[in-house]
Structures are given as structure tokens and as C-alpha cells.
Design a protein around this ligand. Structure first.
Ligand SMILES: [Fe+2]
Ligand SMILES: [Fe+2]
Length: 298
């Protein structure tokens, strides 16, 4: 193993691996930044000063994310996980496997992963969207199984952003990028970095997490809008802030209308009434069978 790989295999302490009490702390925080239309949004100042115990853990989570998600880190993770040599199982079983992700969230108020996914998908179905859109809602967070492989939370969830070029100050907590070595590296710290104007996102490497991982698992099977939704659903700096327009081409712009369409279902479909998994399973098993292979490799 090259010394660089060894370095990337750096073992993070428990505190650095799991800064959040649970993954929902990140999602709840996103919801505060992007509240449902009609609900009063907090100003940037209010957001940052808002006194809430979860805020400190989310801040620490982003500190680690922004510090460690370098170009080299992402390359090492891609090399490690895009071999898909960990597990092979049917999609429904993979979703149940994801559901074994237990954290210390309050079981009375928090929905588990499968419930979040079913609620997202059911909201899409109720609005009469095509079945592949419903399926996308159902599987979009399957990549979070990375957590079950011992990956740090900040390398699984969190807003994603391009690596290999300047970090936008529209990304949440941009000041934490100061500790990211890429921000001092002349190859990577200009507006375009290693990219060219309008090169298209297919040529851009994103920070590593559950979005890219699931995209790589499903890329041969789903319609392109579905793949964009999966791959860029946490890319808030673009689909909400339009900070990376300069790297996109016209095709990306067209496809991002789908990413934008998807986002409200992800953020705003949480409902305190848990869906009846048993009743819904046959419908989703059919959907899976229509688009995806019998088993997927993780
Ligand atoms: Fe997600
Ligand atoms: Fe989600």
C-alpha cells in the first residue's frame, strides 16, 4: 500500500467518527436552514446563534467534514468502496440492513430509516409521479449503509460539494474549509481548480458520501433524472444556492429541475404517523423488480 493510502486509512477516534448523536441531527439542521415554504426562515445570524444542544454537535460534524473531505480523501474512499466487495443482497434486504442502523435517537419521536424512505416515496406516489420517481424516493438513502461499515458520519451524510476547486462560501460553515489542506493547494483553490468552465458535473468529483455511493450502485438501471436525484440530493450549495453554476452544462441544468423537484419530498414528507411497512412491501418489491437487479452489491 502506498504511504498516501495508509495516510487516508487514518483511524478516526470515536468522537471524530460519530460527532452526531444520530444522523437525523444533520437532517433536522438542514430543515432549519431550508424550512418549508410558508414557515419563517431564520436569518443567517439567527441560524448561527440559535441556542440548541444539537447545534454544537452539528457544528462539530461540519468542522470534521470540511477539514477532512479533501481531493485525496475522496479518491481513497472511491477506491475503497467502489469495489463493492462487502455484501451482496436483494434491495429490500439492503433496506432492512440499513434499518439496523440504530443510534440514540428517541424511538418515540424519530422515524427509522425505512420509515423515512417510505414516507418520502409515498408522498411522491400520492402526487402521481412516474413509478421510477417513487422508487427513487424509496431507495435514495440506501447509501447510508456506509455507516454500518464503520465510516465516519461526515463521510456518509452532510451537504456535499465539489472537490478539486474552490469551496464556495455558500456552503454551510464555509470558514471550516480553512483547515482543509486543499484550500491552501494551488491546484485546487481557484474558482475552476482542476476543471474547466461549464465542463459538466459528470466531470466533477463530489465530496464522498451516501449520494455518490448509491449513484454508483444504481447507475446502470435507473432513468437519468432518477440518477441525478440520487447523486446530487445533498448538493444544497447548488440546488438551493446555485453556487456551482459555472461548472454545469445545459444538460445538468435540465436534469437539476428533477433534483429540485425531489428535494421537498426528502425534507418535508416527515409525518408522525409511521407507514405500515407490511402493507406497502408488495408494491415496493414490484417496483424494485421492475428496475433493479435481483441483488445489489454493496
Ligand atoms: Fe440523503
Ligand atoms: Fe433522505
Amino acid at each position: 500500500m502506498a504511504p498516501k493510502d495508509l495516510d487516508m486509512k487514518k483511524n478516526f477516534s470515536e468522537k471524530e467518527t460519530n460527532p452526531l448523536h444520530n444522523l437525523e441531527e444533520w437532517e433536522d439542521d438542514v430543515l432549519e436552514r431550508y424550512p418549508e415554504p410558508g414557515q419563517a426562515a431564520k436569518s443567517k445570524e439567527e441560524y448561527r446563534n440559535y441556542d440548541k444542544p444539537a447545534r454544537d454537535t452539528v457544528k462539530e460534524f461540519y468542522r470534521l467534514n470540511h477539514k477532512y473531505q479533501t481531493w485525496d480523501f475522496v479518491q481513497a474512499k472511491r477506491k475503497e468502496f467502489l469495489q463493492f466487495n462487502r455484501k451482496e443482497m436483494p434491495v429490500w434486504a439492503a433496506m432492512e440492513y440499513l434499518n439496523t442502523l440504530v443510534d440514540d435517537s428517541d424511538p418515540d419521536i424519530e422515524l427509522d430509516q425505512l420509515q423515512h424512505l417510505l414516507q418520502t416515496a409515498e408522498a411522491i406516489r400520492q402526487d402521481g409521479h412516474p413509478d421510477w420517481f417513487v422508487l427513487t424516493g424509496f431507495i435514495h438513502d440506501m447509501g447510508k449503509v456506509l455507516c454500518l461499515f464503520g465510516e465516519p458520519q461526515w463521510a456518509v451524510v452532510g451537504d456535499t460539494f465539489p472537490v478539486g476547486c474552490k469551496h464556495s462560501d455558500k456552503i454551510v460553515y464555509p470558514e471550516f474549509f480553512d483547515a482543509n489542506p486543499d484550500s491552501k493547494d494551488q491546484r485546487y483553490n481557484s474558482t475552476y481548480g482542476i476543471y474547466t468552465p461549464g465542463c459538466g458535473l459528470r466531470n466533477v468529483t463530489m465530496s464522498w458520501g451516501h449520494d455518490e455511493y448509491l449513484y454508483q450502485i444504481t447507475k446502470d438501471y435507473l432513468p437519468e433524472p432518477a440518477l441525478y436525484m440520487i447523486r446530487y440530493h445533498s448538493f444544497y450549495a447548488q440546488h438551493r444556492e446555485h453556487a456551482y453554476e459555472h461548472l454545469m452544462d445545459d444538460h445538468d441544468r435540465e436534469m437539476f429541475t428533477w433534483v429540485k423537484k425531489f428535494n421537498p419530498y426528502d425534507l418535508y414528507s416527515k409525518n408522525p404517523v409511521p407507514p405500515r411497512v407490511k402493507d406497502l412491501r408488495p408494491y415496493y418489491e414490484d417496483l424494485i423488480a421492475n428496475y433493479l437487479p435481483k441483488t445489489v452489491k454493496l
